[in-house]
Design a protein around this ligand. Structure first.
Ligand code: MTE
Ligand code: MO
Length: 540
């Protein structure tokens, strides 16, 4: 068939066959456990984030993701990373499978080769993921593909391995289809026979934690949370394109890993350690036994573009950070928060004092993607210090460099002031523009709007501030850290015009224009967060 270079052709066929077996293995693992840390490609994906140059990681997590979002695709950066991880995992597993075939098989005993190949795949999947379900899924599926290859191609083999003889099959289309079908059936059968064992268990555990409606166990007064949520929502403006005041299920996510940690509350604990007089550990039940507080808190990622959408708000319920910290009696001024996904961030302890350790969001069990069973909320600070899947609060006497700071970001401090413009509505003779404004705990004093490209300015109407949570002092009427909406209605101009928005924070500071005109105004997110005036060119 390939008279010029049969050896080369054979090699190419072996590589293809190995890839097919590897992909089957990856698929089998996925069918067994889903997109979880125990999926074989997950550790590869995490390792990629750690070994790739920082610029590439930044590009993938920030630029590519924003680009994807502009096309309506969520998490494009993470998806690209996952695809690469799947390719690498497939290459590795396939290589192992075919190596096993050659090692154990020879021509006389091809089935022994299949067994050795499948075992190699399963054992390596087990070593990498620690999950028997994932390993059995991978081994069974790769094995199914290997055995199909051997059965179909082995008979036509003139020499060499069954895989190599793939080149000898010229009328192989039907056979190939048959092989794929057999591999698929084999995978499904294998996975449902063996894999579902702990796979289903993991699923059930996650289901319990993820369901969000299972808050019977939570000591939450849902009367209070629904009242606060209703009150907040009633303060929202209704302008086309404008998001609400409570983000709920539309809350953004930013994660260093593709597969979120799958933490079971029963196996989880939180330790308070380091430079403290009294180190201690808390179980999930200990935490629920404490006094619950509810707070509206806004999060904004330092990688959010100026008029981007990585800024959201919800009602969080949990325990006050100050109460937990007092018990430990800290002897240092810095805190490192560590999480189940290997993530950690450091910031001044004083910033944590008004904060919260939340086990619920929107009156329901904290969803897995937002950090179940427990996450930190650090008022007025960039999203990155709001560590999810929290496992450890560590006090330090000296500053430490956190995960994103190692990659060049400066995102552990207070947020920049921002006013977004997402809502545009055209009425009879008038136009309305609207958005959200946020300045962390400084609060928003006013938002100013120009409809002539910045020549003249008018004051926008602000939504009423969100209600104070139950953790505030009785005098506090308002949420300490939550955004507000602004809206501005004006006479519809005849022509295309430029609308510009800028906010003044509660300390009276107007945000800088950006564009280098103000020394601290940088419109790009990297490295310290985007700030500057948002503008939009609108048709009447
Ligand atoms: N454990 C852990 N915590 C984390 C992250 C993470 O990847 N792992 N991402 C951080 C970043 S960069 C942001 S902006 C916020 C986002 O929180 P959300 O996903 O609930 O919106 O979580 C922070 N906490
Ligand atoms: Mo972030």
């Amino acid at each position: 068939m390939f008279p010029r270079s049969p050896r080369r052709a054979r090699r190419a066929a072996t590589v293809l066959f190995a890839f097919a077996a590897g992909f089957a293995g990856v698929l089998g693992s996925y069918l067994a456990v889903g997109l979880r840390p125990t999926f074989v490609a997950s550790p590869v994906s995490s390792a990629l984030v750690r070994v790739m140059p920082d610029a590439v990681v930044r590009f993938a997590i920030v630029t590519l993701t924003d680009f994807g979002r502009s096309l309506g695709i969520d998490h494009l950066g993470a998806t690209a990373n996952l695809l690469l991880a799947v390719l690498l995992a497939a290459a590795a597993l396939g290589g192992l499978g075919v190596a096993g075939l050659l090692l154990g098989g020879r021509r006389s005993r091809p089935l022994a080769g299949v067994v050795v190949g499948s075992l190699l795949v399963a054992v390596s999947a087990l070593l990498v993921t620690g999950s028997a379900a994932s390993a059995v899924g991978a081994g069974a599926a790769a094995g199914a593909l290997l055995v199909t290859g051997v059965a179909l191609l082995g008979s036509t083999a003139e020499g060499g391995t069954p895989a190599a003889s793939a080149t000898g099959v010229s009328d192989g289309r039907r056979r190939t289809l048959g092989a794929l079908a057999t591999a698929f059936v084999g995978t499904v059968a294998g996975v449902s026979l063996f894999g579902r064992g702990d796979g289903a268990g993991a699923g059930a555990a996650a289901g319990g934690s993820e369901s969000g409606d299972g808050n019977d166990a939570l000591p939450i007064d849902t009367g209070t949370t629904s009242r606060l949520l209703d009150e907040a929502e009633s303060r929202a403006f209704d302008v086309g394109g404008l998001e609400g005041l409570v983000s709920g299920d539309d809350f953004y996510t930013v994660d260093i890993n593709n597969a979120d940690p799958d933490v079971a509350a029963a196996d989880w604990s939180l330790s308070v350690t380091g430079a403290v007089a009294n180190a201690y550990e808390l179980s999930y039940d200990d935490l629920l036994d404490r006094e619950t507080v509810h707070e509206f808190v806004t999060l904004r990622c330092v990688s959010d573009r100026l008029n981007g959408r990585k800024m959201d708000t919800d009602l969080w319920s949990g325990v006050s950070a100050e109460a937990l910290l007092d018990e430990a009696d800290p002897q240092g001024e810095y805190v490192v928060l560590r999480a189940a996904d290997g993530y950690y961030e450091e910031f001044p302890l004083s910033a944590f004092e008004g904060g919260l350790l939340a086990f619920a969001k929107g009156g329901e069990t904290l969803p897995r993607k937002h950090g179940y069973p427990l996450r930190a909320l650090v008022l007025g600070h960039w999203g990155e210090v709001n560590v999810k899947w929290l496992t450890e609060i560590e006090i330090h006497e000296e500053p430490v460099t956190g995960f994103w700071e190692k990659k060049g970001w400066h995102g552990t401090g207070p947020v920049e002031t921002v006013a977004k413009l997402h809502g545009v509505e055209r009425g009879e003779g008038t136009m309305t523009v609207a958005g959200h404004a946020y300045a962390g705990t400084r609060g928003i004093e006013r938002v100013e709007v120009s409809t002539d490209g910045g020549d003249s300015w008018s004051e926008a109407t602000l939504s009423e501030r969100l209600p104070a949570g139950t953790g505030r002092s009785p005098e506090a009427k308002h949420a300490a850290d939550a955004w507000r909406q602004w809206r501005y209605e004006y006479e519809k101009p005849d022509d295309t015009h430029e609308v510009v928005v800028r906010a003044v924070d509660g300390e009276g500071d107007r945000q800088p224009k950006g564009d280098g005109e103000a020394p601290d105004g940088d419109r790009k997110p990297f490295p310290s967060g985007a700030t500057g005036w948002v503008s939009k060119t609108l048709e009447p």
